[in-house]
Ligand binder design. Sequence first.
Ligand code: HSE
Length: 418
Amino acid sequence: METHKQLTIGLFGFGVVGEGLYKVLQQTPSLKASIKKVCIKDPGKKREAPAELFTTDRDELLNDPSINVIVEVINESGPAFEIVSTALKNGKSVVSASKKMIAEHMPELLQLQKETGESFLYESAACASIPVIRNLEEYYDNDLLHSIKAIVNGSTNFILTKMFEDKLGFQEALLLAQQLGFAESDPSLDVEGYDAANKWTFLLTHAYGIIVATKDLVFNGIQHVQAGDAAVAREKHYDIKLVAQAKKLETGKVAAFVLPQFVKQEDHLSFVKNEYNGVVIESGFADKQFFYGKGAGSFPTASAVLSDLSALRYQYKYEYKKLYHHKPHELTNDFFVRVYVSFDDWKYIPREKFEWIEEWHAETDRKYLIGVIHFRELELNSWWKENNTSLVLTPEPIIEDVEIRKLKKKSLELAGIV
Ligand code: HSE
């Protein structure tokens, strides 16, 4: 595509994001981008755009040589992948917001980009309005990126804020998130952590060159978080957030997960409320950097699609630098985490699996403990998300092997054993 070429767009999907993009493009004539056709599933729905713009025939877009960009913002992952792969093979650039599809098909998508040489951009698929993918890709050299922790799902953050600050019930808060267009059409994808974990897989690719399937990440959502957990958090001056985290360990390998976490009130992520997302990056020399912005909703998501369209005018492509130009990092489960676990009965908790337990409270119906456990235990077993048990990581939860040995030695010394 030559520089500053007119972009003629074929748009798949006219839901929250598609319609948002349609409106946003009308207000940005300088971009020289126009939508030629929109492919939709249900022609019966009333839409605020001229009827002749719409079709239900995907080939009208995919086989039209005058369309040089396909924007794909549909819900279903299988059809989205079909559309993206056909468009790339037909010599079109593609912009997508389908995080689930990208997470499920990353190896094939990498191959397709290599084979066709076409651009495939998806800034809107993670953290909506925050330009996180391009930053991870372009700005941070492999060696500099020590850790990244983020709130990447707007709906769960919205629900937690409404429940714990505005005292709404879970269902009421979820309904509001749905009405405002933040939630997935199947909201269990948000609530049970799938959406955040999907986004985390490809953010890990751009941050560290890691390719991982969602099912192979340790993750959970906020479905088990209870009012009692929020009360404990408040006592300790913490908030509860669904945090996606990755950290380069001393071994050079990367620890990564998506789990509810206690966040100190002075932590940047504590500042992130409602449908906002936030990303805290720790790098070699810059120390901490904080990115903040709306992570869901029509215009914030459309704004990232718009930015990808704009980048296409300059033939921008992801180079996947950490994957192809550096030695990619490996994920590891060989580390420890400090966890808070609340539960109905001790019989559900394998106490012997903990390295040590620092606090336990058994005086009420709902009991809880804080202790240190090997991460592999969470990866291999599911007691921590069954039987009404709720696990929340403590602030700075990762403890490396070397530290554990030191801590253990110290406690033995204190006990007068060595
Ligand atoms: N359901 C998603 C969220 C939409 O709440 O973050 C944006 O990806």
